[in-house]
Design a protein around this ligand. Structure first.
Ligand code: SF4
Ligand code: SF4
Length: 367
């Protein structure tokens, strides 16, 4: 990284493009070049490093591909060697979340032994199972009706541990996920969560990863969902930042929105230019004030009162930012959805995950 930072420092023209839309750089500098000069002799402070949301916008915007996110990620990995530093940034909460997420109480798998798609597993992700067990299971029932033999895995991908920089622990969690998928014989994973998508794509390249939204565009939507929203008030569409460069997902999500008839508008910064919703990099834990500021900033970049996304964390962030955050899956699979997610506390969310886990355990093999 040292050599890279020296090259970055030489190339930077101090145009400040990287600061536009970044939740944190403006809090620490008015000159990215000066910051890079400083980094040639000292690593970023822990406060600065843990204020980065890992959204990738700076590298995308910079005319010289200078990647502040990579610098801060490397710094977090350094700091993670001292758990006392990590704990200052809320790591205690991440440890609890991750131990629970990987425990038998909240995770499970179900493999089906007959059908054309026994090599596939649906992975809803933590946020969706915490939000709505019934939505997870409605989606899964539909997938089963179209892809006979598809299994399901309720498991975390380990992203919270990774973004805190604790790579040793992340490797342990990721191996557990890979071992569970291996036991299921799952060589293809269908994800509803954009963090799971990128994590598996990056750290388990031997597994084929498919976005649920691309699969739905391919297999088609339930008849009852088609044109259901042609009289719904216009919403804005927020693209989650982990899948910034996944053009197929962007296209497929828009196809699904067209099929359900939802009038929607694009944010000015959309697709690969999208902004962090405020929850990237565990920012709510590491720098809550910045996280909430970013949530408000993004939510208020549209006149629409409702913002639809295809990531549950993004939908919640848009609600925290003062608008009505909606998940695309509710619009497709929940005919009684009242166009507003219910506010749920932490305990209720863990209870939902437990309920979803129990529902998976109760599924019967189709032999
Ligand atoms: S966008 Fe790139 S060149 Fe411009 S200030 Fe930022 S790092 Fe420097
Ligand atoms: S990755 Fe995102 S939050 Fe981090 S420095 Fe770049 S733009 Fe800012």
């Amino acid at each position: 990284m040292e050599n890279k930072i020296k090259a970055y420092e030489r190339e930077c023209v101090d145009c400040r493009s990287c600061m536009k839309g970044c939740p944190m750089l403006y809090s620490f500098t008015i000159s990215p070049k000066k910051l890079l000069t400083k980094f040639t002799t000292e690593i970023p402070s822990s406060q600065m490093a843990f204020s980065c949301a890992n959204c990738g916008l700076c590298a995308h915007t910079c005319p010289h591909d200078i990647d502040f996110g990579a610098i801060f990620t490397a710094s977090k990995k350094n700091y993670a060697e001292d758990k006392k530093v990590l704990k200052k940034y809320g790591y205690g909460g991440v440890i609890f979340h991750q131990k629970s997420s990987f425990s038998k109480l909240f995770s499970t798998t179900k493999k089906f032994t007959t059908g054309e798609y026994t090599h596939m597993a649906f992975m809803p992700g933590c946020a969706l199972s915490s939000y709505s067990p019934s939505l997870v299971h409605t989606v899964f029932n539909y997938l089963q009706s179209k892809c006979s033999g598809i299994g399901i895995i309720q498991q975390c991908c380990g992203t919270p541990t990774r973004v805190m920089g604790d790579m040793a622990q992340f490797k342990i969690y990721h191996s557990q996920l890979e071992a569970d998928l291996d036991k299921m014989g799952a060589t293809t994973v269908v994800t509803a969560c954009e963090n799971c998508f990128m994590s598996i794509k990056t750290y388990a390249p031997h597994i084929k990863i498919v976005s649920l939204y691309s699969l739905l565009a391919q297999i088609g939507l339930p008849e009852s969902a088609k044109d259901r929203h042609k009289n719904t008030l216009k919403m804005a569409l927020h693209d989650p930042c982990p899948t910034r460069y996944e053009k197929e997902i962007h296209k497929d999500v828009r196809t699904l929105l067209a099929q359900i008839g939802l009038p929607f508008e694009e944010f000015k910064q959309n697709r690969e230019k999208t902004l962090c919703c405020g929850s990237g990099g565990m920012l709510e834990l590491t720098n809550s004030a910045l996280a909430h500021e970013q949530m408000r900033t993004r939510a208020n970049q549209t006149e629409c009162e409702s913002i639809v996304s295809y990531c549950q964390s993004c939908a919640e962030s848009m609600s925290h930012g003062g608008k009505n955050g909606v998940h695309l899956l509710d619009l497709i699979f929940n005919p009684t959805f009242e166009m507003k997610q219910k506010e749920q506390g932490t305990l209720k969310k863990w209870y939902n995950r437990f309920t979803s886990r129990q529902m998976i355990s109760a599924l019967k093999d189709n032999t």
